[in-house]
Design a protein around this ligand. Structure first.
Ligand code: M6R
Length: 618
């Protein structure tokens, strides 16, 4: 997730911008840059790598000036590189732009601008914004120069589809910054004789606690002594500033106690971002458009799908297996990457080989991919990390667009992997003629974000339950099919951050061994979202209750609640979506339970012992 900042005032802009960018580092980034106005020129310094490398360069190549913009980039379009770093300038070099978000129609805009003399030097979507602003700047019907920039920005924004938080400066109008937002956060910080722009509160706290949170579609014109706000339609906005009283540590986590809790709460937005431009309305119907992967007849004719991954990503692969089998009636093989790479697997070049990895750098996952590639397989990567090794070596890449995940325990990276797999499975089901009407499922996908938000508002129930159960010796998760895959993830989350001995098993396996472990020190969490299997799972819960276990169930509100309220001691309900899409919601209570147990035990959920975020060695 990129970070943007801006400054106008009486101080030197460079140190203010660098300090603000340092406070946005937690968002994750791969490159950084600033642009400062001085003596009628835009001066830009930007480069791949950490902020301190940029600061070192600025020590030898200083830039002066009291108005500027800055950026930390989390690559989306184009690999991390000096040239792809922000700020981006137009062809004249007199307008500079920093951007957080995704310009979905950038390819069409780029072609349009190239036809009108635009020359692009980066692979980014953002560069089109600088060129587009310049285009309208040069083609203003009439009016004073100082109004031109605002006109040009507003015209450019009207052409953009997608999400943005933007800051713009122009050498021609050195008394102002222009900022705008749509679906990406942006804050204006208010000072005395100076003003600030930032993606997030921590970047401003050293200078001010009075801020405007820009609303959707709003544009701000920021002068040294004042700020003007406008609606998307150009109407002036009168707003009272908000006073921020968070401390700095809380502010970096958006006010949450830990990154993990913040990332759990990021999931509604992450779902929306994953679906954006991939699930589109066509008349009365929904259509899946995953343009980065040619979902053509070769997919439809593939004899088999192979999914491989590690840890949480492997659990996503398990959900993928059930989804592809159910919707597309295609044989699916799932394997843990560390097993796959050493088991001399049988290849078929017609297979579709899907590799899932949040980081795109997991050693075993990369080894499995390289082995399959050598065997002639087509590799499709599902990853969150643009420019990662996996994304570079795969034949096709589907990005999850979850934004950076800081906590070691994966949450939003996992759920967005599920979203990608569901899109692919539903599309393949349609292509193969196995799914006559995908609309109810696709409609459910669009509802997942709002229903997750509803679920998150019920978190106190889980917090109270965790406060009672956190010191259990053993916690077992059980479920069938999709619920088994989520059980695996629930158990992994809990063991990773609370250090509780937790395991998952397919509920039908209970009598084949695990029940021997059940006693009065055991908590069993059952996942029950597959309506036709309610009776079976209810029997399993009764069996563990009879051996003294405490029990909880995660199930649908309504019929699930009715089926289990007398069976399990605690019932966590989920807003209703299609049974086969339940993992998108059912994992959320499991994530929250793990989080609250870890906190109860006094652990730092963001940095669990012995674990690393990216496992780049075997
Ligand atoms: O980056 P990857 O998705 O390839 O990572 C795979 C696993 O190492 C990862 O999912 C791990 O299990 C997490 N800590 C889970 O929370």
């Amino acid at each position: 997730m990129c970070g943007i900042t801006g400054y106008i005032g009486f101080r030197k802009a460079k140190p203010v911008l660098l300090q603000a960018l340092a406070k946005l580092e937690y968002r994750g980034y791969d490159s950084a840059g600033i642009a400062v106005l001085h003596e009628g020129m835009v001066q830009v310094r930007k480069m791949k790598g950490p902020l301190k490398a940029l600061a070192t360069r600025l020590a030898t190549e200083p830039i002066e000036g009291a108005i500027g913009i800055g950026h930390t980039r989390w690559a989306t379009h184009g690999e991390p590189s000096d040239v792809n770093s922000h700020p981006h300038t137009d062809v004249s070099g007199r307008i500079a732009v920093v951007h957080n978000g995704i310009i979905e129609n950038y390819a069409a805009l780029k072609a349009w601008l190239c036809d009108r003399g635009g020359i692009f030097i980066s692979e980014t979507d953002t560069e089109v914004v600088a060129h587009l602003i310049n285009y309208y700047y040069q083609n203003v019907p009439q009016g004073p120069w100082e109004d031109r920039l605002l006109y040009a920005v507003r015209r450019a924004l009207s052409r953009i589809t997608g999400s943005y938080a933007l800051a713009v400066i122009s050498a021609d109008v050195p008394d102002r910054l222009i900022a705008a937002r749509k679906d990406s956060p942006l804050i204006v910080g208010l000072g005395e004789g100076e003003q600030f722009i930032a993606s997030d509160v921590p970047a401003l706290l050293a200078y001010t606690r009075e801020v405007y949170f820009l609303e959707e579609g709003e544009v701000a014109v920021v002068y040294r002594d004042t700020v003007e706000l406008f609606t998307e339609q150009g109407e002036p906005v009168d707003r009272t500033p908000t006073h921020i009283d968070w401390d700095l540590a809380a502010a970096e986590k958006g006010g949450y106690a830990h990154f993990m809790l913040k990332e759990i709460h990021d999931q509604p937005k992450a779902y929306t971002d994953t679906l954006r431009s991939r699930l589109v309305r066509e008349g009365q119907d929904w259509a899946v458009k995953v343009e980065e992967i040619p979902l053509d007849h070769t997919w439809a004719a593939a004899p088999r799908i192979v999914l491989t991954a590690c840890g949480t990503a492997w659990h996503a692969a398990m959900v993928g297996k059930y989804a592809f089998e159910r919707f597309a009636r295609i044989p699916v093989e799932v394997d843990i990457a560390s097993e796959y790479r050493y088991r001399n697997p049988v290849f078929n070049p017609q297979d579709i080989f899907i590799v899932i990895s949040q980081s795109g750098e997991t050693a075993d996952t990369l080894a499995a991919m390289r082995l399959a590639k050598k065997g002639g397989a087509r590799i499709v990567a599902i990853t969150n990390a643009v420019g990662s090794t996996l994304s570079r070596e795969a034949d096709q890449v589907m990005y999850t667009w979850a934004g950076p995940e800081i906590a070691v325990a994966s949450t939003k990276a996992f759920t967005t992997q599920l979203m990608c797999l569901y899109l692919l499975a539903l599309k393949l089901g349609t292509l193969r003629g196995c799914l006559r009407d995908a609309n109810p499922y696709l409609q459910s996908l669009t509802e997942a974000a709002d229903k997750t938000a509803v679920l998150l508002r019920r978190k106190e129930q889980i917090q109270r339950f965790a406060a009672r159960q956190f010191n259990k010796n053993k916690v077992f998760f059980m479920g069938r099919q999709f619920d088994y895959a989520v059980s695996l993830e629930g158990a992994l989350k809990l063991k990773e951050i609370s250090y509780t001995h937790s395991e998952a098993f397919a509920a039908g396996e209970l009598k084949h061994g695990p029940i021997a472990l059940v006693d009065t020190h055991t908590l069993v969490v059952a996942l029950a979202t597959q309506g036709e299997l309610f009776d079976k799972i209810a029997s399993n819960i009764r069996e563990v209750t009879a051996r003294g276990a405490a029990t909880a169930v995660i199930t649908w509100e309504g019929e699930g609640e009715a089926a289990f309220h007398e069976v399990a001691q605690e019932v966590f309900t989920l807003p209703r979506i299609e049974d086969s899409l339940s993992p998108l919601l059912s994992v959320i209570p499991a994530q929250l339970f793990a989080y609250y147990c870890a906190v109860q035990r006094g652990n730092d959920p963001d940095k669990p012992r012995n674990l690393a975020k990216s496992v780049t060695v075997e």
